[in-house]
Design a protein. Sequence first.
Length: 252
Amino acid sequence: MRFVFDEQPPVTHPTVDLGCGTFCTINYDSVISSALAIVVTIVFAVLIARSMSSERPNRVQALAEWAFSYVRSTSNENAPDASSFVVPLAATIGFYILVANYLDFLPITLIPDVHPANTDVNQTAAMAIVVFVLLHWYNIRLRGFRGYLLYYTRPHELPVWARAIFTPLNVIEEIVKPVTLALRLFGNLLAGLLMLYVIGLLLPPVIATPVVAIWKLFDVLFIGLIQAFIFMLLTLVYFGLAREGFEQEHSH
């Protein structure tokens, strides 16, 4: 239990400065943990794909097919014309986040200065930025650049002066989407890690050990799953919101 009782508060990350400014400073603990999560994600995906059989499907295949069918059906409901890239995007991000979260079951903090990948806001922000960029690329492709700009003046049934009032609110709404995506995942995962530290700090080891085990089971197994699901679901929902008013605009 050294990784619980002796570690420092997980609120900062060890860095390596490459000597070329702020953007060349790397949180190397996040690089290690995210690289590990990427490798495990790829290995699991390959193993699941190779184990699939149309004649004798196993339980893992049934679970994978159910999850993929849910992502595909949700995408078809929200953005049917974008499912070809939204489904792989949402499924991959959701599965990666789940793997990265579940790696916390392993004592990865035994590696000096290493914490779970999603407890670094740079990691969660990077995924949110990917969703943000693709979301607006899709909106421009859907409406054209002029239609994309007019999208920020909704609701379009209002007079021009009222739409001008709503425009800055719509811009703020779009900016907030990746921010909330990143901070929700980061905050929930960091809070769970801080709870482990606080438990180990306040309770004697003989009491803290079972409490830590119960908390970690709840936090990693349940909260880790929920946060991966929420990130994946919001990705799909945001693409659906990008289509808001599109059918009405082109029905006249």
